[in-house]
Design a protein around this ligand. Structure first.
Ligand code: 5GP
Length: 175
């Protein structure tokens, strides 16, 4: 499969992805019984995962979409991304961040810190993919779909240069 100038090979089939999401949702249904969690889906990449995860939840649940700006800091500490699009008052809410992939973990660390300051009652992460080898930050990821090696992946919401999000399966960059 060619996307733009790169070749990708099949990595995770849709059937496996859906089975795993169903298992994650079952855990959330149990863990949040009697509560009404608010899913915070991080755009753009997580839109498919968030939709399928939510379809599998049978507890009262709400969703809101957030985004991280691609603003780059001039400080030597590196990239600083700012949380945008959060309209709900999240004070006292049970939040579940829904992310497509955690790579180095820097994005998630930053997001967790920003959200924690707003006083949620609880804060957990559901990520479809986790490149654990690449993770630099110690983060407690409660709901992880697949732990994957440090390879670039596309499909099922994840893009390569804007394309490939429409694929039902996930593909990894060919060697
Ligand atoms: P981190 O701060 O954890 O290194 O970066 C996480 C973000 O990088 C993800 O939200 C995603 O946008 C992007 N990313 C990391 N690895 C991949 C990958 O393999 N494929 C795609 N499409 N995006 C990735």
């Amino acid at each position: 499969m060619i996307i733009k100038d790169k070749e990708f090979v099949p990595y995770l089939e849709s059937k496996r992805i859906q089975e795993t999401i169903s298992q994650l949702a079952s855990r959330i249904n149990v863990d949040y019984a009697g509560k009404t969690p608010l899913l915070l889906a991080v755009l753009n990449g997580s839109f498919m995962f968030a939709a399928d995860l939510m379809r599998n939840l049978n507890i009262p649940v709400e969703i809101s979409f957030i985004r991280l700006s691609s603003y780059k800091s001039t400080r030597s500490s590196g990239r600083v991304k700012e949380l945008i699009g959060l309209e709900e008052n999240i004070f006292g809410r049970h939040l579940i961040i829904v992310e497509d992939i955690v790579d180095t973990g820097l994005t998630m660390r930053h997001l967790l810190n920003e959200l924690q300051e707003l006083g949620p009652k609880s804060l957990e992460v559901a990520t479809l993919l986790h490149k654990s080898e690449a993770t630099k930050e110690v983060i407690d990821l409660k709901y992880v779909g697949f732990v994957i090696p440090k390879k670039f992946v596309v499909g099922y919401g994840l893009d390569y240069d804007g394309q490939g999000r429409n694929l039902n399966d996930i593909y990894s960059l060919a060697n």
